[in-house]
Write a protein that binds this ligand. Sequence first.
Ligand code: ADP
Length: 941
Amino acid sequence: MATGIVGEFLELKAETDADVLAMQCGDFYEFFADDAEFVADELDLKVSQKSSHGSSYPMAGVPLSELTPYAKALVERGYRVAVADQYETDDGHAREITRVITPGTLLETTDADARYLAAIVREGDVAVDEYGEVQHAGGNGAATARTDRTDHTEPADGSGGPYGLALADVTTGRFIVTEVDDESDLRAELYRVDPAEVLPGPLVRNDDAVLAAVREELSGSVSLFDAEAFAPGRARHAVREQFGWETAETVGLDSELAVRAAGAVLAYVAETGAGVLASITRLQTYGAGDHVELDATTQRNLELTETMAGDGDGSLFCVLDHTVTAPGGRLLREWLTRPKRDREALESRLDAVEALAAGALARDRLRETLGDAYDLERLAARATSGGAGANELLSVRDTLALWPELVSAVEGTPLAESPVADVLGRPDHGRARELCAELSDALAEDPPSTTTQGGLLCRGYDDELDGLIDRHEEVQRWLDTLAEREKRQYGLTHVTVDRNRTDGYYIQVGKSVADEVPDHYREIKTLKNSKRFVTDELAEREREILRIEEARGALEAELFAELRDRVADESDLLQDVGRAIAELDALASLATHAAGNDWTRPELVEERSLSIDAGRHPVVERTTDFVPNDLALDAERGFLIVTGPNMSGKSTYMRQAALIQLLAQVGSFVPARAARVGLVDGIYTRVGALDELAQGRSTFMVEMQELSNILHSATEDSLVILDEVGRGTATYDGISIAWAATEYLHNEVQARTLFATHYHELTTLADHLPRVENVHVAVDERGGDVTFLRTVREGPTNRSYGVHVADLAGVPEPVVDRADEVLDRLRAEKAIEARGGSGRSADGNGGSGETQQVVFDLSSGSFARAGEGTTRGADDSGQGADDSGQGADNETTDDGGNAIDEETAAVLTELADVDLAETTPIDLVGRVQRWQKRLDADEER
Ligand code: ADP
C-alpha cells in the first residue's frame, strides 16, 4: 500500500467513482499511478516517476491555472474528472474532493449548443424510503457507487413506460421536467435534446432497450448515480428545496415520475459541486398536447438538425440558421425540433416574422445590435458558480447596455406594432438598467484576467479602495519622479529608477558617473555599463507600495466577489434578458431566411387539410434548380399514393410536405407560393428499408417496429409520410403489409397520409377506398431515354422506370435488355414471380437440380406454377389466376406434376428473395435451418 502523497491520492481516488482524479499539490494538479498513464495517453502529457517509500509511481501534472482545458478535454470525451483541492490546516495542509466534473455538469464548455444532463425514471416496483415514501426495490443505497446492473430486480411487467424525464442545462440554468408515455416518446425527447450525460433511475438501468437507445443514438455518456436520489420522498424534498414549496404545484408538476427525475438531477448537480444550483431558478414542464409529436426516427428522417449521414451541414437547421448569437441558435434549434400546436402562439410568431421580413432596414439594425450580445444565460451560470471573472461581468454589462439600442431599433418602425415589441418589453427594464449602471460604476475597463491582483474595479466604487488607490498613486508618483530628483540633487546624469523581480526597486546609474553617487546609496549589482543602488528611503517606499498592492488586491477580490454575487442574485433577470435576445435573434433569423428565399406566410386553418401551392423543399431548393409542386390533402382526399420511377422525386415531394407542415408549426414562413395548413398533433415518417440499410441500421424488424409505432400513435390529426413500406421482406409479404397498412390508416386512423410505393398494385386501392387518390411524379420518356420532370401529376404511373434508370446508370446492355424482357413478361402476367433454386423439393426427392418457379398472383393472392402451361399463360385478365386459386387449398404443381403446398412455395419465395450481399453467413445458416425444418414438417403432414 502506497503511503505519502501517492497514498493520499489513492485514498481519495477510492472515495470517488470518477474516472480520474486531479489532486492539487502546491501549484500543480497531479495525477498518479494509472490515472497518470491514462491522462498522459489521452492528453499527451509527459509522465515522470514519483518515488514513494521505495516504490515508484507514474506521475503527470498540469499547473493550477491550466486544469480547466485539460479537464474539459477529458470530460468532452465522456470521462468524469474529480478535483481534489488543497487547503491549509493548523498542522500543514489537507486535501479533499471539491468537485466532480462530468459531461452533464461541465460549465467551461465553449460549444454554443445546449448541454443537458438528463435523468430518467420509470414506473416500477417500489419500497419505502426514509421519508416514509415508496421507492424502487431495485434501489442501491451506496452513494455514487457504480452499480452492477444485475443487482437490480427486473420490473414485473417488463414493458417500457411511462417515464419521468428531467433535463438540466447547468451552463444556462434551464431546467425542464416532463412525463412521457412510452419508450418511443422517451427516445424522441432524448434524441431531440441529445443530452451530454444520462442518469438512468434504478429500473432504467435494467432497461436494455432504453440503455441501448441511449448508447447508440446519443452522443452522451451514462452515469450510475445513487439510487436513493430517485426515491419519491427524497426527490420531492429536493425539488421543493430548490424551487420553493409552491412551485411544483403551480407549474402543474403533478407527475411523481417527473418529480423523481427532477430530484435526482438536482441531487447530482449538488453532489458534483458545480455550484450552479442557484442559477436553476425556474422549473419548466411540458404538458402533453402542447407540441407536435416527432419521434426520433422522424427527426432523423426529416434531417432537422443533422443529415441521415450524421452531418450538421445540409440539415434544416443549418439552412435556416442566420442567428447572430449562441442563445439564438440554441433556441432556433429547439423551435425546429419542438413545433407547437398552440395556434395563438404560432400566429404571434408569424406576425413577428412577417413584420421582420417586411422591414429589412429595422431588421438589419436589430440584428446588428444583437450581434454584440453575449450569452447572458451562460454568464449568469458562471456568476452563480463563482467562475466569472471581471471580463465576464463586463460582458454582462455590455449586453445589458444594448437594451436601449434594441428598443430604439424597434421604436418608430412597424416592428413596434408587432409581437417583436412584446418580446422586448418582457424583461424588467428597470432592474436591467440598475444592474448595468452598477456594473459600469464598479468595473474598470481592460481588467486583468486574475481576480487577485487588483485593477478590476474603478475609482469611486468604494471609499476604502479609493484611499488605497490614492495612496498607491502617491507613492507611484514619488517613484516616478525619483530619478529626476536624484539627478538634480546630486548632479548625476544617466539615472533611472526601475523595478524587477529579483532586485525590487533600484536606482540605476551609468558606469561613467557611478563613482559620484552619494554615500547613502548602497550598491546591489554591477552590470556591464551601469550599477544598481538602493537607499533606505527607496526600500521603505518599496515596502509601502507592496503593502498597498497586497491590500488592494485583497480588497478588490472581496469587493469583486460581492459584485459577482450580486450578479448571481440577478440570474433570473439575466435569463429573462438572455431569453428575449435569443427570441429576437431566432425570429429575425426566420425572417431573414423568408425574405431572402421568397417564402410565404402559411395560413393556419381549422380544417384537417394541407394545401400547398407551388411548394418547394427548403433544403433541396438551396442547391438545385427546384421544380415547385402542388399538394392537396383534405377531408375528401386524405391519402395520396405517390408513384413514379426511382429517383424521380417522390421522397423529396413527401418530405417537402412534412417540412412545410413542420415549419408552419414552428411559426416560420414556408417555401411555397401559398400554403393553407391545418395544425397536426404529430408528424410520423417511415422511410424505405433500403435507404436505411445504407445507414447500417435497418432490419425488417426495425421497419415493422416503426410502422407499428405509427399505426399506434397517429391520429386523424396527424400527418403520416410512408416512403416504401414492406421492402425489407419478400415481395408478397411486403405488398400485403403495405396494403393492410393503407386500409388501416385510411379506415381507422384517418391520418393525412402520403405513401410512396414501388408496388404499383397499390394504386388500385384508389378505386376501392374513397379518400385514397393517386399522384405520380411525371417523367418524359422518348427514344428509350427518361427525363425526370419533377412534376407531380394526378393519377398513378403505369409502370416502373427502374430499368431505364439502370440503363442511365451504366448497367451493362445485356442486363438492361434482359431486365426489359422480364419486365414485359411480368407485366403481361400481372404477377410477381419468385425463382426457387434447386434443393429439397416438396416431394422429398431433393437435389434434383431442377429450377422451380412459383408465381404469386397479385390479383388473386394465390400461387401457381410458372413457365409453360401455367394456368395463367398469356391470359392478361388475371382470370386464370383465380382459377388456379381454386385448386386444393392453394396447392399448385411443379413441373413433374407433384403438388407444391403453400409452405413449400413460401420457402422457395423467401429463398429467391434472399439478398446475398446483405446477409451474413451465420444468418444464412440460420435461415436454411429454419427452411429445412419447415420443409420437414411439411413432408410429415
Ligand atoms: P425518389 O424518392 O423518387 O427516389 P428523390 O426524392 O430521392 O427520388 O429525388 C431524387 C433526386 O431528385 C434528388 O437528388 C433531388 O434533389 C432531385 N429532386 C427531387 N425533386 C425535385 C424537384 N422538385 N426539383 C428539382 N430536383 C428534385
